[in-house]
Ligand binder design. Structure first.
Ligand code: NAP
Length: 604
């Protein structure tokens, strides 16, 4: 009898079956994830994405068993590949999260040296757990299976504490340290899994080594500006691991045992895993510039996509009714891979962050489905946490961009329809320009300046220049604040990561709601490569595609200077009324060059 058949048999008794317990855990972990993740401030949304990505690499434990159990050569090969993919995610994800979190410092923390004061609690926790771990493993009275169950419970608690740490930049690194330890506990415990044969350790060791080298290189070397494409690539690897394990389980057991309940879980795992794999690869290629970033649309696109989805669902249903229909399984996998590609094709590269967050949540669901297939509760928990986090982040982004969630869920977005664009380039008044020398004079008489960074700062890599300018101004007694819009740039928390990289203390960064009341008192709003997030049309032009999006109220400052190269619009493709405001002056040119010229002028 298969594991799932046993579960069903258990279900016939009045007690609770393993499947029911799994479902309860999935739902409760989702609620817990919602509460923990809604407390993560926008400042840490980018690290949150890579942290959940690393934690979802827990699919590694399922992969380790398949690779090491010597079921048959195909299963071993698929398990080995899954180990490579999952371990790449674990190592790469935790390393890049730590690199990011290390950069987030407040002014006080930058000068603080209290290593023990900061790390004593996590280190003591790890020491206690380490002792328990050794006692458990060494105990002759406790069964190995029971030990593993408790180790997984400890890991799950550590993962949740890790995510909880992300609710404050002060404790985020320590929290991630606990999550990393939780991962080590789960992996080392799984190495003692009863189904792993001694000869299987070779495959495991080679797979882990490959994953560590690839993940380590990615985690340590990838520049911060490439974080979105790295995240997309990791989602694709995680999803591939889930799909491979699902295929191996189907071939090995389900097609033979005609197990319908288990077929349902495997079907979900393979379909979601496959479409997330190709969809995420496509997203990574668009963001890396390997594929054109513009949306590719054609007539009847939505209809054909929905038809494909319908065929996929029919395949899945027919397999649930007749699990041994191998050819249908093959067709279903191929269609899911194709569907992932078609889902992302019509979306522009600039819209990818929403898609990546959404694919993150799909990847979480694939992991959770894998947890149901292997009846591994820690995978159900992490899959549910990952799914909730991705879904919440995509909803937050949609809200901040004033887009509907349905628009995101059903694809074909990211392209501004003809007629929606608004009056691009239409002359609306006089545009005043300013030179760096003149700006230096304006700054001389200012007492308070609010810096508004946007996507152009990332393109120009001007964050270091911005940070240096703020230091110079502060030395002259000028108060400097940074205004951060939740969707400035091209990923959640984009500006926070870049400014943290340039050593700007996070307590100088103000979120939109906090900073807007200050604009009225500011002598100067210095807009560095931001456009849409400052457009007053979002407040006062009902016909604008931006209408309803909350913006930074730059137009209330006493004077405004915008650093950008031309009058070209930003991501939304609409003209910015701000540039015709009589208080506004344009400093045309690459933001980094303009800042360099401004420094020379200030020295002069
Ligand atoms: P934006 O509206 O896209 O504007 C960026 C501006 O930067 C452009 O107008 C461009 O003007 C300027 N620029 C580009 N390269 C530059 C350079 N080297 N030096 C100086 N300026 C340069 O950016 P935003 O104000 O940050 O707004 C973000 C937009 O992205 C929003 O519409 C948001 O909805 C969308 N979005 C954000 C996310 C997210 O998670 N953050 C996700 C998806 C979509 P020039 O070409 O004239 O220089």
């Amino acid at each position: 009898m298969t594991r799932f058949a046993l579960l069903f048999a258990e279900g016939e008794t009045p007690g609770t079956s393993e499947l029911e317990i799994g479902l309860y855990i999935f739902i409760l972990a989702g609620f817990l994830g919602y509460h923990v993740i809604t407390r993560v401030p926008p400042l840490l949304h980018t690290p949150l994405m890579s942290a959940t990505n690393a934690i979802s690499g827990i699919s590694l434990i399922g992969s380790l068993v398949i690779a090491g159990a010597n079921y048959d050569p195909l299963s071993t090969a698929l398990g080995f590949l899954a180990v490579c993919c999952s371990s790449t995610n674990v190592v790469g994800g935790f390393l890049i999260t730590d690199r990011m979190l290390k950069m987030f410092k407040s002014e006080r923390e930058s000068s603080e040296r209290g290593f023990l004061a900061r790390w004593a609690v996590p280190l003591a926790g790890v020491a206690v757990l380490g002792v328990l771990f050794v006692i458990f493993l060494g105990s002759k009275h406790i069964q190995a299976k029971t030990v593993l169950t408790y180790l997984y419970i400890i890991s799950a608690v550590l993962f949740i504490l890790g995510l909880k740490g992300l609710s404050s930049p002060r404790w985020a690194r320590q929290g991630m340290f606990l999550a990393e330890f939780g991962m080590v506990v789960a992996i080392v415990g799984t190495l003692f899994h009863e189904e792993i044969k001694p000869s299987g350790y070779w495959w495991i060791a080679i797979g882990l080594a490959i994953g560590t080298v690839i993940g380590g290189t990615m985690g340590l070397r990838i520049p911060m500006t490439a974080v979105p494409q790295r995240t997309a690539l990791s989602h694709s690897l995680g999803a591939l691991a889930a799909a491979l394990v699902g295929v191996s389980e189907y071939i090995r057991e389900i097609s033979i045992a005609e197990d319908r309940v288990r077929m349902t879980a495997v079907g979900f795992e393979v379909v979601i895993g496959s479409l997330t794999f190709t969809g995420s690869l496509m997203a990574a290629a668009k963001l890396q510039g390997l594929l054109p970033g513009a949306p590719i649309t054609y007539k009847g696109q939505n209809t054909s996509n929905f038809a494909l989805l319908a065929i996929l669902v029919i395949c899945l249903l027919s397999l649930i009714l007749a699990p041994s229909a191998g050819p249908v399984f093959g067709i279903m996998v191929a269609l899911a891979l194709l569907f992932g590609l078609l889902l992302v094709i019509p979306i522009g590269a600039a819209d990818m962050p929403v898609v990546i967050a959404l694919l993150n949540s799909y990847g979480g669901l694939a992991d959770a489905a894998m947890g149901f297939v292997l009846m591994n509760k820690i995978q159900i928990i992490t899959g549910s946490l990952d799914g909730t986090s991705g879904f919440l982040l995509s909803l937050l982004m949609c809200r901040a961009m004033n887009r509907s969630a349905l628009n995101v869920l059903f694809g074909a977005f990211g392209k501004i329809e003809k007629g929606e664009e608004g009056p691009v380039g239409e002359a609306k008044g006089t545009v005043r320009s300013i030179t760096p020398d003149e700006l230096a004079v304006v700054l001389d008489s200012a007492r308070s300046v609010i810096v508004v960074p946007g996507y152009g700062m990332a393109v120009a890599q001007a964050q270091h220049g911005v940070s240096e300018l703020a230091k110079v101004l502060k030395k002259r007694g000028i108060e400097v604040k940074y205004a951060i819009h939740p969707v400035a740039g091209r990923m959640p928390g984009h500006m926070n990561v870049l400014l943290a990289e340039a050593n700007v203390p996070y307590d100088q960064l103000y979120e939109m709601e906090q900073i807007n009341p200050y604009f009225g008192e500011a002598d100067l709003a210095l807009v560095v490569g931001a456009n849409d997030v400052t457009n007053p049309a979002a407040k006062n032009n009902r016909n604008s595609p931006l209408y309803g999006m909350p913006i930074l109220e730059v137009d209330r400052a006493k004077a405004i200077v915008v650093l950008k190269r031309s009058m070209r619009p930003g991501f939304a493709g609409v003209d910015n009324e701000l540039y015709y405001n009589e208080k506004c002056m344009m400093l045309f040119g690459d933001a980094k060059d303009s800042l360099n010229k401004l420094f020379s002028a200030l020295k002069g």
